[in-house]
Design a protein around this ligand. Structure first.
Ligand code: ZN
Ligand code: ZN
Length: 559
């Protein structure tokens, strides 16, 4: 029976390019998940958009002599280009800059306000006397009051993951000039998170299917108590507070950006011509998954669910399969020190599938993992090319030359051949179970183990030699190999869509892989095969030195 799957993906902040940490953490996993469900015949809605408001964009705009909207639009275009080239298949990638998003955000604000979940109060806002401006939370740095980390920002501590407000920091200073900020009274709106603490805790404790790290973090957080948080700021670049007398104040980005999950679904519905269609992904029998990085967990397991509980009538998240961090060459990724691999840079020099392969087989699902260029080259050459690509190319080009470019007619299948075909079927059903539970790394490993098994089978059967004395035996082995390759085409499609689509064509199929379904679908004997070309290319060892030499060098955004 087909299911409805809503996939919300973290909204990237439009003030800089994407890097591999973003991709491994939040963007590749939902794409794998969406492609898998679509192939199964499930109805999927995958949405996200660029987060365009907030002070960091206004500061960047000032530095570059542009308008905030221009900066946001530039990066929005770059994101769209990156998704296309990396194959991240959003049903809609919009932005927080739309009239629709403003309307939905203001409606949620007013509904929560009218229900008493948002109230007015005075808060201390950091003001830098030297820069003469109110500072955005993340432009105040200091010591974390919870864990003592010296590099905590005013919005969050990266070391212990706690969301913070600037006034909580010990020895706060302005990130722009280093001066200690003054704190000035300002009237703002607060979200009454404390009212949801018990309901949230009851709800979270029932989510036993969540990843252990996500569940533990959330329970610990709630057990420590939940403070009300200010959700407006003194800034004019953003969504205005929809009440009279609050000119110059806007909804704070973390409150407003999560509403994008709902506003994007509404925008998508409008684009289909059925304005009410968003409801089928937000109400009733539908599972909502939110793919985010580790640092985003509390916003998706606590704050957004609290807002939804307060608003009413909308589904809470079913799962938040947050990933851990990706380190680069053994060191923590740092954008300010340019210790990062930028996605536009990567895509300007390499194909998308080798990166998708490495980040899948080495995904930081349950603990941090490391990206190194040496491993990138090794896995590309020894696994993607040697285990999978060569298997496909060797079989298809041999059949193309020796069987008039058609799938050979098999003789009777022996036990060994039947066992391999059975393993192919089992691999699809094992992967089905793993992908359904968001265990991407393990799913990828089962597919690769099927490819290895097929190589062993061909070594035993050796059709390249046998063809001279026993043509039917060679035809049978090649037919079996083509059937398993056809299975790998489907199994690897969620992970490696570009090469899978090419393989689909090399196998003589028309239409899309998704239309064939998540099942063993072999090309029938006699099906015409076009001339194959290699799916992947070997990388030179020189790539390692060349690429790692770019790390930590003068910043380049690729463009
Ligand atoms: Zn901390
Ligand atoms: Zn300053």
């Amino acid at each position: 029976m087909s299911e409805k799957i809503y996939i919300g993906v973290a909204w990237p902040y439009a003030d800089g390019p994407l890097h591999l940490g973003h991709i491994a953490g939040a963007y590749l996993p939902p794409d794998i998940f969406a492609r898998y469900h679509r192939t199964k015949g499930d109805e999927v809605l995958m949405v996200s958009g660029s987060d365009q408001h907030g002070t960091p964009i206004t500061i960047k705009a000032e530095q570059e002599g542009k308008k905030p909207g221009e900066i946001a639009a530039e990066y929005h275009q770059q994101f769209l280009d990156s998704w296309r080239r990396l194959g991240i298949s959003f049903d809609l990638f919009t932005s927080t800059g739309t009239a629709n998003h403003t309307e939905v955000s203001q409606d949620i604000f007013l509904t929560l306000y009218n229900k008493g979940y948002i109230y007015k109060s005075v808060m201390l806002q950091p003001l830098c006397p030297r820069c003469r401006r109110f500072l955005p939370d993340r432009y105040v740095e200091g010591i974390c009051p919870y864990c003592g980390s010296p590099g905590a920002r005013g919005d969050q501590c990266d070391d212990c993951g706690k969301p913070l407000s600037p006034v909580e920091l010990i020895q706060p200073r302005c990130r722009l000039c280093g001066t200690a900020p003054e704190f000035k009274d300002s009237e703002h709106f607060f979200l009454k998170l404390s009212a949801f603490r018990d309901r949230l805790l009851d709800w979270v404790k029932q989510q036993t299917h969540w990843r252990q790290n996500v569940l533990n973090f959330t329970v610990r957080y709630l057990e420590d108590g939940l403070k009300d948080r200010a959700i407006t700021r003194d800034i004019d670049w953003g969504i205005p507070v929809p009440l009279p007398g609050f000119d110059g104040k806007c909804l704070y980005v973390w409150f407003e950006a999560v509403i994008g999950y709902l506003s994007a679904a509404k925008e998508w519905a409008r684009s289909t011509g059925d304005r009410e269609r968003w409801r089928s992904f937000w109400q009733g029998e539908v599972k909502g998954y939110y793919f985010v990085g580790k640092d985003n967990i509390p916003f998706h397991t606590i704050i957004w669910p609290a807002m939804l509980m307060g608003y009413g009538d909308l589904n809470l998240p079913y799962d938040v399969p947050a990933n851990e961090f990706l380190t680069i060459e053994g060191r923590r990724l740092s954008t300010s020190r340019n210790w990062a691999v930028w996605l536009p840079d990567y895509l300007s020099r390499f194909d998308p599938d080798p990166l998708r392969y490495l980040l899948s087989i080495n995904m930081p699902e349950t603990g941090d993992t490391d990206f190194s260029w040496r491993e990138f080259v090794r896995r590309n050459n020894d696994e993607l090319v040697a285990t999978y690509g060569n298997l496909v190319h060797r079989v298809l080009s041999f059949v193309y030359r020796n069987f008039d470019g058609c799938v050979p007619e098999p003789d009777e299948l022996d036990g060994r051949s039947l066992a391999l075909l059975a393993k192919a079927g089992e691999t699809l059903s094992t992967m089905d179970g793993l992908l359904y539970r968001c265990h991407f790394k393990e799913a990828m490993r089962s597919a690769m183990s099927l490819a290895q098994e097929t190589n062993r089978y061909l070594e035993e059967k050796s059709p390249w030699k046998v063809i001279k004395r026993d043509r039917p035996a060679a035809a049978t082995a090649l037919y079996v190999a083509i059937s398993v390759i056809s299975c790998l085409r489907t199994a690897l499609y969620p992970f490696l869509p570009f090469s899978s689509i090419r393989l689909h064509e090399f196998l003589g199929f028309k239409g899309s892989i998704e239309d064939l379904g998540w099942q063993l679908k072999s090309p029938p004997p006699g099906q015409r095969l076009p001339e194959p070309r290699p799916l992947f290319s070997k990388l030179d060892d020189g790539v390692v030195g060349e690429e790692s030499g770019r790390l930590g060098q003068a910043h380049s955004t690729g463009g």
